[in-house]
Ligand binder design. Sequence first.
Ligand code: GDP
Length: 200
Amino acid sequence: MEIRDVDFRGAALKKSQRPREWLPHVAVAGRSNVGKSSLLNWLFGRSLARVAKAPGKTRTLNFYLVNGAYYLVDLPGYGYAKVAKRLQAEWGRELERYISDEERLAGVVTLMDIRHGPTGLDLDLQSLLDEAGLDRVVVLTKADKVGRGQRVRMQNELQHRLGLGSRPMAISVRTGEGRRELVRRIDELVSQWCHRQLGD
Ligand code: GDP
């Protein structure tokens, strides 16, 4: 369903600060500078998520209610070198806690820069999602920055390295490529979660 209506519902670090309604969450995660804020604004059709001028600033989980039906959750960007180790560890713990204990989490959209491929932290996140048994949509950002050959090489390499059933999708906020498919994949995560709830 097209994203018609988006409402910022708050930022949380602790569990008690998360929204209370029993609605599914789809989280969006990636390292700092991967293009996460740009992607969220592009999905929302307006600038709600700040395009970070100082990468690594977003330390909280930010909750956006979409169409009154589900939350898109902007997870803190990881791997920004200038952030103190202690703070990195604290976010890491909160991120891990959220991924492993949030029952409303329907799945995670994981972002990687199409030019660079996965970093160690990206692979750590994938393992965390494997352990938690969570569905994911792997997205390669900034597709406009590479040619066809490099794109296909990166898609094949990632599919192989992450053991994915299909090639990761490529998007570009510059050209608009991939938006419709991404919205469809998010809808799928939401409806699968809803079906599981009915089945329980
Ligand atoms: P975040 O730190 O992950 O939230 O990343 P930002 O959204 O702030 O983006 C980091 C940089 O990448 C900014 O300079 C964006 O303009 C740029 N960027 C994001 N998406 C794209 C894209 O699809 N194509 C191109 N060429 N640049 C992008």
